[in-house]
Structures are given as C-alpha cells and as structure tokens.
Design a protein around this ligand. Structure first.
Ligand SMILES: [Zn+2]
Ligand SMILES: [Zn+2]
Length: 411
C-alpha cells in the first residue's frame, strides 16, 4: 500500500513520488504541494512548539504597548484589548479577538507539541490522530501576525497624540510569531500521517488498486469508494469523495458576508472622544482621516485590509462558484492559484478589528481623551468570519470534475 497518492486539491491520482529530504513534490495538474519532506521534522516541530509555549507566557502577560500623556499612563495586552471591547458591549468582537489572538495560537502549539512528542515515543498516545486533525483545521485561525500589524498601525495612529512605547510583550510576541511560522514550515504533514497510520493497531485499507478511491480530506489516506460516508480508519473524519453541500454552504456564507458588508461600512466602528467631543467614525471615515494626517501608507494598508481584500475575496469566490456551476474548464490552474490566495489573505482583514481593540484598551485617559468601540466592528468581524468560512467550505476538487470528465471522454 501507499504506492499511490491523490492530490488534495484536484483529486488527481498518481504514483507516490520519491521526495528527498529538503525537497517538495507538487501536483502536476493544479500545482498544489503534495509532499514537503523536511529533515528531522518531528524533532524540530517538537522543539519549536515547546519554545513557542514558553514564549507564550511573556507575550501575553507583559504589556505590548504603553501610552503616556499629561502624567497619565495606560498599558495594553492582547487580553485587555479583547476585554475593553466586551466592556463597550461588543461581546462578539471581544470573543473573536480572544479566540484568534490567544486561544487558537495556544491550542495550536499544544496540539503540535502533543502530536510530535507522541510520534517521537514508541507507542502512539491517545487521540494523536484527532489532535493532528484539529491542528490542521485550526491552522489559519491563529492570527498573531495580523495582531502585530495591528500594533504597528495603532502606534502610527497615536504618534501625534501621545508618547507610545513598545513594552516587553512586543518582543516576546514577535519571537512567538517567528517560532509559530517556523513550526508550520518545518512540519512534514505527509510523514506525520504516515507514521500515525503505521502505528495503528488495525491494518488500513488497501485502495491502491481501485480506479477511483476516496482521498480523505483530512489525512489524505486513500480508501475504497464503498467507504463513502464512513469514518476514515486513520484520522476518523468522515469520508466523502466531495465535501457534502459544498456549493450551497459556500454560496450562503459568501452571500451573508456580502450582505453584512453594508452595515460593516455604514455603521461606525469606533468613536474618539477628546474633551467630551468626538464623532463616531466608519471604516472609510477612518481611512480618510489618516490621509488628512498625511499617513498615506497606513491609510493604504487599512484600505487594502478592510475594503479591497473583503471585496476581492467575494469576487474570487463568485468566479470559483460560477466555474463549477457553469462547467467552465479554462484557466483552472490560475483559478486554483486565486483560491489559495483568497484562502491565505482572508485573515488579514481582521486588522482593523484588532486596531480598534488595541486603541480602545490603550486610549482611556478619562475626560481628556478616550476611545469607544461601536457596533460596525461586530458587523465587520462577521464579514471576515463568513468569507473565511466560505473559502474553507469550498471543495476545490469540484472545479476539476468537468475537466476530468472531458479528458476521460476524449481518451
Ligand atoms: Zn492537484
Ligand atoms: Zn483520514
């Protein structure tokens, strides 16, 4: 067994390539990475996840920024930025900041540590397959690097108002982000799953001889087609040749995201009150104000993250959905590239939400000046989550089905 491999993104079945350490194997049809063979992947992943767990404490306990004005001093941590929005009544935004900037990054490191430690030992620990599957699902929901960019934007916004200084937490946070990025690049998923499979007590099915095996969407194990709807014997996720109701889910999530764009842009996201006066500002209003202060680069960054990316994502999803429904077979490789970009870029839209959280936590100088979060932020956070889920629910294998039918008919 294990002589064949199927592409996770386009379902092309091919003989398993022999990949030397430090090299990659890409799918010849859609270009997605099939195998990235990393030297000493288990040991390195274990060491990096442990280092990440150690850095997690100072990154969250020490202040990230401190602000001083007229003898008043205010500091900010990731936790306080989430809590400040809870106090303003924006509990959903507060929950999302907690999840994306604290809980998910921590759980990801814990799961990676557990899986690599389990694989390094002789016997597989309980729930290793489940832990690795959960890690894969959580991957793009950890957003520490977006939070760090939020800190940079906040500092630039406040530079004229007060003296803002980075705290010890910022250095730990930066190191933590680098370690997290390294740990995911050092991870050889194919090797991890093969090792998990090898140590399973029951033999895995031999689907190599089948003409159209089902490729498990989580662990990529090839299973015979009659196992549709059953649990994968290696990772226990449900086996489906294609994600059930993928198009219906993607359409509804993308349309919900598109509708929520209206309140997200019409309602104010925050209010700056100086000496009791201040107008609520929308996302666009905030960008215009940045240009009035001559901060063109920051205005551009916020414009890209908050306006261009969400609209671009929705247009991209629309093109992909129409490709499947109209049976278009042109430029499929380019469309896959677009899908990967849409999937990767979505999280960066959380930038403005993080900035609001940081500013509300930091600028609390009593009657002198303080910042309050508004409900536009809730609508905008919901747009980001809906569009990210829409991309996740889309089964890219669907865009290749018509292409395969045509090639098979011509053969
Ligand atoms: Zn492929
Ligand atoms: Zn599986």
């Amino acid at each position: 067994m294990d002589k064949m491999i199927a592409c996770h993104d386009c379902d092309l079945l091919m003989p398993r390539p022999n990949v030397p350490e430090g090299h990659f194997a890409h799918c010849p049809r859609c270009g997605s990475t099939l195998i990235s063979a990393r030297p000493n992947s288990i040991e390195r992943t274990l060491a990096l996840s442990l280092a990440g767990l150690i850095l997690f404490l100072p990154a969250n306990l020490y202040p990230l920024l401190s602000l001083e004005a007229l003898g008043l001093r205010q500091t900010e941590t990731v936790f306080s930025s989430a809590m400040s929005l809870y106090t303003d009544g924006l509990w959903l935004v507060s929950l999302l900041i907690l999840l994306f900037a604290i809980i998910v990054p921590l759980v990801k490191l814990l799961l990676l540590f557990y899986v690599s430690a389990s694989l390094l030992g002789g016997e597989l620990w309980r729930g290793t397959a489940m832990a690795f599957r959960s890690y894969q699902h959580l991957d793009e929901w950890g957003m520490l690097e977006v939070y760090l960019l939020g800190i940079v934007v906040s500092v630039v916004k406040l530079i004229d108002v007060a003296s803002v200084e980075p705290g010890l937490g910022v250095y730990s946070l930066t190191a933590l982000i680098l370690i997290t990025l390294l740990s995911s690049t050092m991870l050889d998923r194919d090797l991890f799953w093969r090792l998990i499979g090898e140590r399973y007590p029951n033999p895995l099915p031999d689907a190599d001889a089948e003409p159209h095996p089902i490729c498990c969407h989580d662990c990529r194990l090839l299973c015979p087609p009659h196992m549709e709807g059953q649990h994968c014997p290696r990772c226990h996720s449900r086996l489906h040749a294609r994600t059930p109701h993928s198009l219906a889910w993607t359409w509804s999530l993308a349309l919900t995201g598109a509708l929520l764009m209206i309140p997200a842009n019409m309602l104010p996201i925050m209010t700056v009150r100086t000496l009791g006066r201040g107008e609520p500002a929308t996302i666009i209003g905030g960008i215009i104000e940045l240009t009035h202060h001559g901060l063109f680069w920051i205005a551009l960054v916020v414009l890209v993250a908050s306006v261009i990316i969400p609209i671009g994502k929705l247009v991209g999803m629309l093109i992909l959905l129409l490709t499947v429904q109209m049976g278009w077979t042109t430029n499929l490789r380019q469309k896959m590239l677009m899908y990967r970009f849409v999937e990767w870029v979505g999280r960066w839209s959380m930038l403005d939400i993080f900035v609001v959280g940081i500013l509300v936590a930091l600028v609390q100088l009593g009657n002198l000046t303080h910042i309050v979060g508004n409900h536009g932020a809730t609508a905008f956070a919901a747009v980001v989550v809906c569009t990210m889920l829409a991309a996740q629910k889309f089964d890219t294998r669907l865009i290749w089905d018509r292409h395969r039918q045509r090639t098979e008919a011509n053969a």
